[in-house]
Design a protein around this ligand. Structure first.
Ligand code: ADP
Ligand code: CIR
Length: 360
C-alpha cells in the first residue's frame, strides 16, 4: 500500500490548490475530489511511483501552467484519470480513445520555405524534439550511475555524426560558470535551477550526466540529461524553416539508426512532461511583432490562440519578453504528424506577420 504520509500530502495538496485563487494550472482543474480518491492509493508496478510524484511540482509551484510530470512511463497508464484530461486540454482535444499516428512522419522538409523572406520580423528559428532512451527510467528514478551511463551512451553515439552534424560534447561537469552562462544567454543551453523540474525530482545529482553536444556553428545541438534524456535541436538565424527542419530530420534519422527510444502505441514518444508527448516537436521562431504585441504578452497570446500557437518570453518558458522579442511555437504535439506540427507553426507565423503588416 501507499505510505499514509504520501496520501496525506496528496489530500493536503488538493486542498491547497482548490483554496488558492491565484492558481490556474491544468492540475488544479483536473485534480478533482473523485480523481484524488480514486488515485491516492495507487502506485506504478515497476518503480512504486505515486500520485504525489505526479503532482508535487504543481502543488509546490501553484503558478504552473500544467503542474504534472510522469515519474515513470507507467504513470501515464496508472494515473490516466488525471493525465488524460490534461493531455486532452493541452493537445487540442486528444481524447482518451485517440491514438497518436503510429509511425513518426517527418515528411519532406523541402515543402517548407522561409516564413519571413524579407527578414523583417523573425530573428531566428528553432525546432526541437525530445527523446527518452529506452534502457533508462525517467528523471525521478535515475540513479547517479544512470546519469553517467546516459551521458556516456549519448556522447559516444554522437561521435559518429558527420558533415554538418559533426560536433563536440561538452559536459556540464567542469564547464566554467562563464561558458555555461554565455551558452544560456545565447539560447543554446538549458537553464539551471528550474524550480518546476526541481520539485519534480528531476535535478538530482546535478550536474552529473548533464551536458550539451553541438557543431561548431551551433546549428545542431543535443541536450543531455535535462528534462528529457535527450533534446535534439536544430536552429539558425532567420526564418528558413526548410533548412532548420531539414537538419533536424537528418539528425533524428541518423540518431535513430543507433539508439532505441521509449515509444507508446497510444501516446507516441514518451517524455517526462505530458505537454511533450506524441511528436515531441516544438517548432518556434524568435519574432518581433510590435503592433500585435502592443498590449503585452497576454494580448499577443490571445491572437496566437487562433492558430494554436504558444507565446513565451525571450529566454523560453516562464521568462519575460526582452526588447519585444517573443518565442512563438506550435502548442500541440500529439495527434498530428511531425510534419503537421511544423506546418502549424509555419502557417500561424505567416498569418501573424500578415496581421502585423496590416497594422503598420
Ligand atoms: P524547450 O524548447 O525545451 O521547450 P525553453 O522554452 O526553455 O525550452 O527554451 C529553450 C531555449 O531555447 C531558450 O534559451 C529559448 O530562448 C531558446 N529558443 C527557443 N526558441 C528559439 C528560437 N526560435 N530562436 C532562438 N532561441 C530559441
Ligand atoms: C508548468 O506547469 O508550468 C511547468 N511544469 C512546465 C509545463 C510545460 N509547459 C508547456 O506549456 N509546454
Amino acid at each position: 500500500g501507499v505510505d499514509p504520509e504520501v496520501v496525506s500530502y496528496i489530500e493536503a495538496g488538493y486542498q491547497k490548490l482548490q483554496s488558492d485563487a491565484t492558481c490556474h494550472s491544468l492540475l488544479k482543474k483536473h485534480l478533482t475530489k473523485e480523481v484524488v480518491d480514486k488515485l491516492k492509493n495507487m502506485s506504478t508496478p515497476s518503480f512504486g511511483s505515486t500520485l504525489k510524484d505526479v503532482i508535487q511540482s504543481g502543488v509546490e509551484n501553484p503558478d504552473s501552467g500544467v503542474g504534472v510530470y510522469a515519474p515513470d512511463a507507467e504513470a501515464y497508464t496508472v494515473f490516466a484519470d488525471l493525465f488524460d484530461p490534461i493531455i486532452e486540454e493541452y493537445h487540442g482535444g486528444f481524447k482518451r480513445t485517440d491514438r497518436h499516428p503510429p509511425c513518426r512522419a517527418l515528411g519532406d522538409p523541402n515543402q517548407f520555405g522561409d516564413v519571413d523572406p524579407e527578414g523583417k520580423y523573425v530573428v531566428s528559428t528553432r525546432i526541437r524534439c525530445g527523446r527518452s532512451v529506452k534502457q533508462f527510467p525517467f528523471n525521478p528514478n535515475m540513479t547517479e550511475e544512470h546519469y553517467k551511463q546516459l551521458e556516456e551512451l549519448v556522447s559516444g553515439t554522437l561521435k559518429d555524426m558527420s558533415g554538418e552534424l559533426k560536433g563536440t560534447y561538452y559536459p556540464l561537469t567542469g564547464m566554467t560558470k562563464e561558458v555555461q552562462q554565455q551558452l544560456i544567454d545565447d539560447h543554446f543551453l538549458f537553464k539551471e535551477g528550474d524550480r518546476f523540474l526541481q520539485k519534480a525530482n528531476a535535478c538530482r545529482y546535478w550536474p552529473t550526466g548533464r551536458g550539451i553536444y553541438h557543431n561548431d556553428s551551433k546549428t545542431f545541438l543535443v541536450w543531455v540529461g535535462e528534462e528529457d534524456h535527450m533534446r535534439i535541436i536544430s536552429m539558425q538565424k532567420g526564418g528558413c524553416i526548410r533548412e532548420v527542419y531539414g537538419r533536424l530530420v537528418n539528425a533524428v534519422n541518423e540518431i535513430e539508426k543507433r539508439m532505441a527510444f521509449s515509444h507508446d502505441e497510444r501516446l507516441g514518444f514518451l517524455t517526462f512532461c505530458p505537454t511533450n508527448l506524441g511528436t515531441t516537436i516544438r517548432a518556434s521562431v524568435h519574432i518581433k511583432l510590435p503592433k500585435l504585441a502592443a498590449g503585452g504578452q497576454e494580448a499577443l497570446q490571445r491572437v496566437a490562440d487562433r492558430f494554436q500557437l504558444q507565446v513565451r518570453g525571450s529566454a523560453g518558458e516562464h521568462s519575460e519578453a526582452v526588447g519585444g522579442l517573443y518565442d512563438i511555437s506550435n502548442k500541440e504535439r500529439m495527434g498530428l504528424t511531425e510534419f503537421d506540427a511544423v506546418s502549424k507553426m509555419n502557417h500561424g507565423i505567416a498569418e501573424l506577420i500578415k496581421m502585423e503588416k496590416e497594422l503598420e
